[in-house]
Design a protein around this ligand. Structure first.
Ligand code: PNS
Length: 168
């Protein structure tokens, strides 16, 4: 049984992340979609919200398990008894950061390998940060995120025409 771990902040997950999870699920017996809970940072979505969004978006993949982790990824990998870290690669600009992460993790735990999955061209420009920014300025992101993420974005950042609180 080969278990791989797909870690990230997923704040929130996008269709690009779901695509990587789908590709991974087809390759490995089990994939752990591992959401980083970093108490030192204030994310846009709480860890519970990020887990709920991922759970909804990945419910069609029975071999994908959603978990959160704190601390070092390599410690989590060992707890999960997995030796494969999966990361998605969009453009060449991702490479430097990803290479640094992979090298650091190898230095910490040489038995663990990082594997990269190229994203689909449809998602090569997508990031959680750009989704939030575009949405907050009124741009359309509905086709770029899972339905549950879109719903929560609308709840968290009501668009001006949906925000009637100032009239109450
Ligand atoms: O989606 P992200 O923010 O690019 O994911 C980054 C993540 C969560 C994979 C990375 O920050 C991580 O593994 N953090 C846990 C702490 C850790 O192990 N750091 C050592 C590698 S620099």
């Amino acid at each position: 049984m080969i278990r791989a771990v797909y870690p990230g902040s997923f704040d929130p997950c996008t269709n690009g992340h779901i695509y990587i999870a789908e590709r991974s699920a087809a390759l490995f017996d089990e994939v752990v979609f591992a959401i980083l809970h970093n108490p030192q940072k204030v994310p846009t979505f709480t860890i519970q919200e990020r887990e709920a969004m991922a759970r909804e978006a990945l419910s069609h993949l029975p071999n994908v398990k959603i978990l959160s982790f704190e601390g070092l990824l390599v410690d989590f990998m060992r707890k999960q008894q997995s030796k494969i870290i999966l990361r998605g690669l969009r453009a060449l600009s991702d490479f430097e950061y990803e290479f640094q992460l992979a090298q650091m993790n190898r230095q910490l735990a040489s038995e663990i390998e990082t594997l990269f999955i190229a994203t689909d061209a449809r998602y090569s420009y997508l990031s959680s940060r750009s989704i939030k920014e575009v949405f907050r300025f009124g741009g359309s992101v509905q086709k770029l995120v899972p339905p549950g993420v879109y719903r929560r974005l609308r709840e968290k950042f009501p668009l001006p025409e949906e925000d009637f609180t100032e009239f109450l």
